[in-house]
Ligand binder design. Sequence first.
Ligand SMILES: Cc1cc2nc3c(=O)[nH]c(=O)nc-3n(C[C@H](O)[C@H](O)[C@H](O)COP(=O)(O)O)c2cc1C
Length: 185
Amino acid sequence: MCKKLCTFAEIMKCFMKKLVFFFAVMGAMTVQAKTLVAYFSATGRTKAVAQDITRVGGYDLWEIEAYEPYTADDLNWRNRQSRSSVEMADSTERPTIRICTDLRPYDTIYLGFPVWWGICPRIIQSWVENNILDGKVLVPFATSGSSPIEPAVEFLRNTYPEYNWQDGKLLNDYTDDTLRTWLAR
Ligand SMILES: Cc1cc2nc3c(=O)[nH]c(=O)nc-3n(C[C@H](O)[C@H](O)[C@H](O)COP(=O)(O)O)c2cc1C
């Protein structure tokens, strides 16, 4: 019986292989995909929904804030000259966002907004256009007076067909259980 003796070089080679494997596993663990809930809310309703999704799903939360916050006058949809009316009447308007966050760690983003004039506020377009969303699963959700979310999702799909838009969900009424079922879909 001949027992093969390992040379120092062979031992080092074996050790290095194990080291590479160890760092590959550690690397895979640190870049594990995460989910973000990013939302814009002018009067707090969508914010409350975003917080509930975050709590129920155990996700990260990010508020999309306008550099110039919207005042009550800005939000007066009965006034054609109000800031929101002017923005929504002009498809090229892109309100400035205060700060952008690093979206690289996230593979799924729940994107929340109030329905404005049947679609999403222009600031959501500012956010989409200021970020690289390739390969991410984008799940819209919204609150509204009564309008459905579907036209807003259709608008986002048509305007940004390069991105992966999932069917959205209007969350005017929900419980933790309905959220749980939706998030687990
Ligand atoms: C400028 C503006 C436009 C709106 N347009 C609509 C609309 O088209 N349909 C609708 O059902 N609600 C509309 N609403 C109501 C909001 O969607 C609703 O109050 C929403 O829940 C507010 O969310 P927030 O508190 O997160 O801003 C509008 C509100 C504003 C301020």
